[in-house]
Design a protein around this ligand. Structure first.
Ligand code: AMP
Length: 176
């Protein structure tokens, strides 16, 4: 997966000193890389019963929409608080400094539906853990959580797997 890894741009010290920001906009802008990333994300689930793909705002919408299209299933957005117009379920989760809140529409997935969660990157896993909990509150079964980038030193993958959710990632970068 060196080809994909090489299409991701690293911005040092963004948005804060010490953070290596893994910018997937360069991957998305490369036609071969975008197609390859989506194909690789869906590969284990082709032919499986998946009812919905849930994408986390905002980069998870781009990848999740393409994954849903490829699997011929529905797409549902998980958004920052206050953005979804209908009745929602919300959850607050810890950030490095402070807390944030995310929401999903109450009718986004039905009890027993099998859902794949998609985001661009997993770091500490705090965001994805909250998203898994939201989907589980709706009664959905989270069949997998998929990310293009893993930052394994931050332990997010292990946190999601501890919830009983299989994790798929395509490329890894050391450090934060
Ligand atoms: P976390 O909740 O710690 O797993 O952080 C994951 C979320 O923060 C994802 O939505 C990422 O887009 C974003 N994120 C965290 N760290 C980075 C990083 N080093 N580069 C790019 N995005 C990041």
């Amino acid at each position: 997966m060196d080809f994909l890894r090489d299409t991701i741009r690293t911005i040092p010290d963004y948005p804060r000193p010490g953070i290596q920001f893994r910018d997937i906009s360069t991957l998305l802008g490369n036609p071969r890389a975008f197609r390859r990333a989506v194909d690789e994300l869906v590969q284990p689930y082709a032919g499986a019963r998946i009812d919905k793909v849930a994408g986390i705002e905002a980069r998870g919408f781009i990848l999740g929409g393409a994954v849903a299209h490829q699997l011929s299933c529905g797409f549902v957005p998980i958004r920052k608080k206050g953005k979804l117009p209908h009745e929602t379920v919300s959850i607050s989760y810890a950030l490095e400094y402070g807390t944030d809140e995310m929401e999903i529409h109450l009718d986004a997935a039905a009890r027993g539906e099998r859902v794949i969660l998609v985001d661009d990157l997993i770091a500490t896993g705090g965001t994805a853990t909250a998203a898994v909990r939201l989907l589980q509150q709706l009664g959905a079964e989270v069949a997998a959580a998929c990310f293009v980038v893993d930052l394994p030193d931050l332990g997010g993958r292990a946190r999601i797997e501890a919830l009983g959710v299989p994790v798929r990632t395509l490329v890894a970068f050391a450090g934060h």
